[in-house]
Design a binder for this molecule. Structure first.
Ligand code: Z5A
Length: 216
């Protein structure tokens, strides 16, 4: 089973994934957690190239690097784990490419579709939790040292984080459009709720939709 988490930076994906992993593990489920980009030796190297702020990368180069990282992760880790009937929890998958490279950078969505199908071997999540938040609040959370959204007082904001507020607004609109077109796969959650309330919603949906033996 493949569970993915999506949302703009700072939406709370990592926080929820940690909670879900400990919940599933305590129910004796075999869980593997991964993030994109990254997750294999080669994919982690690609991640460094993509996120290091000193690199100037074209939108097409960026798309192909994210896709190369995904191709490695899918073939080396995700496919075997799914075949072994493990629960795979993935922090971002191809919806991030559609939202960021498609709606954010403006790459043609048809082109994206075919590259995504090559990089994923056609694997689609069983369910995707989308944590919805506006960029101003999300960045306020991430960069709360200043409490001023989008004023990066960190010495090194990563390359993607330096893309500007308009970019992230387009990415969020992109996610909302992706969800509109794939309603049955997505669960949309208000990321402003307290972390524990979000966790309870996630586990309630999983119990309702999947025949897992989970604690009540
Ligand atoms: N990217 C792409 O462009 N194309 C692709 O195909 C793929 C990715 C796969 C990866 O960044 C970047 O690559 C990302 C998209 C792009 N870029 N940008 N920009 P990453 O892996 O380094 O990070 P991230 O995925 O963007 O996530 P994040 O920054 O780690 O945020 P998060 O995991 O969603 O949030 P968090 O760490 O759980 O929480 C953030 C803060 O909020 C933290 O202080 C928490 O304590 C707090 N928090 C969490 N939940 C709550 C609630 N409910 N209330 C209040 N505060 C909360």
């Amino acid at each position: 089973m493949l569970i993915t988490f999506e949302g703009i930076d700072g939406a709370g994906k990592s926080t929820q994934i940690k909670k879900l992993v400990s919940f599933l593990t305590s129910a004796n489920c075999e869980v593997i957690t991964l993030r994109e980009p990254g997750g294999t030796e080669v994919a982690e190297k690609i991640r460094n190239i993509l996120l290091e702020s000193r690199h100037d990368i074209s939108p097409t180069g960026e798309l192909l690097l994210f896709s190369a990282s995904r191709a490695e992760l899918v073939r080396e880790v995700i496919e075997p784990a799914l075949k072994a009937r493990k629960i795979v929890i993935l922090d971002r998958f191809f919806d991030s490419t559609t939202a960021y490279q498609g709606y954010g950078r403006g790459i043609d969505l048809k082109v994206l579709e075919s590259i995504i199908s090559i990089s994923t071997c056609g694997i689609t999540p069983d369910i995707t939790f989308y944590l919805d938040i506006v960029p101003e609040v999300a960045f306020g959370r991430k960069f709360s040292k200043t409490s001023l959204p989008l004023v990066f007082d960190q010495s090194e904001p990563d390359r993607m984080e330096s893309s500007g507020i308009e970019f992230f607004k387009n990415v969020r609109q992109g996610y909302l459009e992706i969800i509109r077109l794939n309603e049955e796969r997505f669960v949309i959650i208000d990321a402003l709720l307290p972390a524990n309330a979000i966790h309870h919603k996630i586990t309630a949906v999983l119990k309702e939709r999947f025949p897992l033996e989970l604690p009540s």
